[in-house]
Write a protein that binds this ligand. Structure first.
Ligand code: PMP
Length: 415
């Protein structure tokens, strides 16, 4: 996207006009939460002002309008994911809850003690801890695959690790640290060869790349609304309807039942079986508006932009002595740049950048096993999205050089 196009898009995001510490905000933390376009706020506002009521319960007009909009949002999510059947879409609070749903419902009903879940070392904790919980109380075994020489997950090792006890292969689609796209088809095919499911954490892919769960051949896919420009408190799980309809509920309560007696109940069909209680209606409608917005910009255009910016940032940072960057290089990488200024704690780097109005994240990024594999305790992380400009990336690189110079000067030689 050229600079003029980005300038036009930026007008859709009111928060980008903010100043922070007397400087124009440079928001380089979209991997944590993307900013929200005005169209999403308008969709939520319109629902709240004109159509709000509880869904699926009432015979009255407002309830019908709310239900229509909520179910249209479900269909919109299905379309965004390339899923032919909206019954496979369950609204959740976020990607984390979606992955917990799979681990709970599938893991506890379909896995035996000794069965295996294969994960990668580069997973977010959201795609590790639910499997650990399953291991602790259900006796399944969680195995991990490491990085290869090129800095990507070693897919040969992953294929070799899949065996007769493997029931789940769980992987990211885009890593929240390494920023590259996992080739899902290859992993799904390897999982299916032994009858295992391929479960995908798409939290970082949904904002950046076009998703087609049918073409990728995966069995479950999770993402969060707040990373695609939608509200917090809403996310989605897509799971193959023929698998989902065989699973027991995750949570129990209203909306998810067929018949309740005082001592027993039977459960609704999918997807309602997995949506106990009143859902996040306005947030689901906001999520659908966010997906409309992204598709309006064009996922391919967004991904090309994110890749160009990452290449630009890496070129700039790699030219700086005393700055380390992480992750593989290549056209499958976009959006995310983890880095360290040697000898400076990443929290100090982030604080210094914040003083200049530049928002980056610092820490282990909920990926402690990956930090260990990279040989670092933590990193700073800049992340870009459709509204990030080339000038912002260049300013960020210059500011990192400034941080490095400041700390180099601040360390006085001991006499
Ligand atoms: N997976 C990845 C790769 C992520 O980056 C994140 C968010 N940091 C999550 C899962 C969890 O998302 P949420 O906190 O919205 O559930």
């Amino acid at each position: 996207m050229d600079d003029d196009r980005i300038a036009v898009l930026r007008r859709d995001f009111p928060i980008l006009e903010r100043r922070v510490n007397d400087r124009p905000l440079v928001y380089l933390d979209s991997a944590a939460s993307g900013q929200m376009p005005e169209a999403v706020m308008a969709a939520v506002d319109d629902y709240r002002r004109h159509h709000h009521a509880n869904v699926h319960r009432g015979a009255h007009t407002l309830s019908a309008e709310a239900t229509d909009r909520y179910e249209a949002a479900r269909a919109r999510v299905a379309r965004f994911l390339g899923a032919p059947d909206p019954r496979g879409v369950v609204f959740t609070r976020n990607a984390t809850e979606a992955l917990n749903l799979v681990a709970h419902a599938y893991g506890r009903s379909r896995m035996q003690p000794g069965d295996e879940v294969l994960v990668t070392v580069a997973e977010h904790h959201a795609n590790l801890v639910p499997w650990h919980l399953l291991a602790q109380d259900h006796g399944v075994v969680v195995k991990g695959v490491g990085l290869g020489a090129d800095g990507r997950v070693d897919l040969d090792a992953l294929e070799a690790a899949i065996g007769p006890r493997t029931k789940i292969v769980a992987t990211f689609h885009v890593s929240n640290v390494l920023g590259y796209v996992q080739p899902l088809r290859r992993i799904a095919d390897a999982a299916h060869a032994v009858g295992a499911l391929c479960v995908v954490d798409g939290a970082q892919a949904a904002p950046h790349v076009a998703i087609d769960v049918a073409a990728a051949g995966v069995d479950a896919y999770a993402f969060s609304g707040h990373k695609v420009g939608g509200p917090t408190g809403i996310g989605a799980l897509w799971m193959r309807p023929d698998v989902l309809e065989t699973l027991p509920p995750f949570l129990g309560g209203g909306e998810m039942i067929r018949k309740v007696e005082v001592d027993r109940s039977t459960y609704a069909d999918i997807p309602m079986r997995f949506e106990a209680g009143t859902p996040a209606i306005a947030e689901a409608i906001g999520l659908a508006a966010a997906l409309d917005y992204l598709d309006g910009v064009g996922m391919d255009a967004i991904w090309d932009h994110d890749r160009e910016l990452v290449a630009r940032a890496l070129r700039g940072l790699d030219a700086l002595d005393g700055v380390e960057t992480y992750g593989p290089r290549g056209p499958d990488r976009g959006g995310i740049v983890p880095f360290n200024v040697v000898g400076v704690h990443p929290h100090d780097v982030a604080s210094f950048l914040d003083a200049e109005g530049i928002a980056v994240r610092a820490g282990h990024h909920c990926a402690q096993p990956l930090m260990k594999a990279l040989g670092v305790a933590s990193t700073a992380r800049a992340s870009f999205w459709l509204y990030t400009t080339r000038a912002e990336v260049d300013g960020f690189v210059a500011a990192v050089a400034g941080v490095r110079d400041f700390f180099a000067g601040a360390v006085e030689p001991v006499a």
